[in-house]
Write a protein that binds this ligand. Structure first.
Ligand SMILES: [Zn+2]
Length: 349
């Protein structure tokens, strides 16, 4: 018997998995907060319960911590709790449900002690992001369209999809590409056609996004600490461009991370912790008003304080595009003029 993921989620719901790990006394209905499953991710534990249930993709129950960003379905829980990949998580979930395909010797690592407390009258300011109903990973045609639109290698677009930072869906009636990450705290959409939304904007931030969250830092990867370096860029186009250069330069040690707009000068405190011990290269936009460079300096100060191993910046100001125009960002570097081609090697050196 080989169940589909959807069927498996129906047979072994999130709460069944949680009770197997010793989390049984959870609120009945969604909307009531409880202590995060990962108190160690909070400074001083999750003092003000910040976790919640909601009905997510496929109508399956999901959890979400508004403080540390942990969340997802039963697979996400098992992956994070056990530190395993999706295939291992599937075996574990089968074991818990007593289904074929399980790992017979599996023993759930139960939590140390019950620490749940029912919060009283807590008002939470932060609601989950409102996603398009048709959110999906895209088809080859979608990936090719984005690759053509932004002058990227289509395989790097696929890499971004696999890494969980690129999704697709309909926003304001238009087919869009959407950048986000495993934290699901922030998401931004742009149209696949490249046209503006009907209200004239080029970019649409999905409702309830926390714009201080640097997208890409929470990677869908079993060992994200393998990335010893971070390429910190501005905006969703540069995020994909960073995946492009990782791919074409075969430099997989840089984790692409994007702050969605230079107006976001403060980086989310939970995200800042993830910069600790890593080398950070910042790629500030080379705008006429200097706003990109100024924002880059603010980010550099914060990641320095958070304990980044080292920090440097890339300067686009002397480079030109194939059409003779000056390079203003990392995405422009995918169409560098011939004389400047040798600079590409330096991007992620
Ligand atoms: Zn948490």
């Amino acid at each position: 018997m080989n169940l589909s993921i959807d069927e498996l989620k129906n047979r072994v719901p999130l709460r069944t998995v949680l009770s197997n790990y010793g989390f049984a006394d959870l609120p009945e209905r969604s909307g009531k907060h409880f202590t995060c499953f990962f108190p160690e991710r909070h400074a001083g534990g999750d003092q003000n319960p910040s976790c919640n249930f909601y009905s997510g993709a496929g109508g399956h129950e999901h959890f979400k911590c508004f403080s540390c960003g942990a969340g997802g379905d039963q697979f996400d829980f098992v992956e994070q709790w056990e530190g395993v990949n999706t295939a291992e998580a599937k075996k574990i979930i089968c074991s818990i449900g007593g289904l074929d395909g399980g790992n017979q010797s599996f023993q759930a690592k139960r939590r140390q002690q019950p620490t749940f407390k029912a919060p009283e009258n807590r008002v939470d300011e932060q609601e989950p992001i409102i996603w398009p109903n048709d959110l999906h990973s895209g088809s080859l045609n979608d990936w090719q369209a984005v690759a053509d639109l932004r002058n990227l290698d289509v395989q790097s677009v696929n890499l971004a999809t696999v890494s969980g930072v690129l999704k697709f869906g309909t926003v304001h009636g238009l087919p869009c590409w959407i950048v986000t990450d495993k934290s699901k705290l922030s998401a931004e959409a742009r149209t696949i056609s490249g046209e503006n939304f009907s209200h004239g904007a080029k970019v649409h931030t999905l409702k309830n996004s926390q714009k201080s969250w640097p997208v890409g830092i929470a990677l869908k990867h079993s060992t994200p600490e393998l990335f010893s370096k971070i390429a910190l860029v501005e905006g969703s186009a540069d995020l994909l461009a960073a995946y492009h250069f990782n791919h074409v330069l075969l430099k997989m040690d840089y984790l692409p991370v994007a702050i969605l707009g230079k107006e976001n000068k403060k980086i989310h405190p939970e995200a800042l912790k993830l910069f600790k011990g890593r080398h950070v290269r910042i790629f500030p936009h080379n705008d006429a008003d200097g706003g990109g460079v100024e924002a880059g300096q603010r980010w550099a100060e914060q990641v320095h304080e958070a304990g980044a191993e080292s920090i440097d910046g890339f300067d686009f100001s002397n480079l030109a595009r194939i059409d003779g125009k000056p390079v203003s960002d990392l995405n422009d570097c995918t169409i560098l003029c011939e004389n400047d081609q040798n600079q590409i090697e330096q991007l992620l050196a």
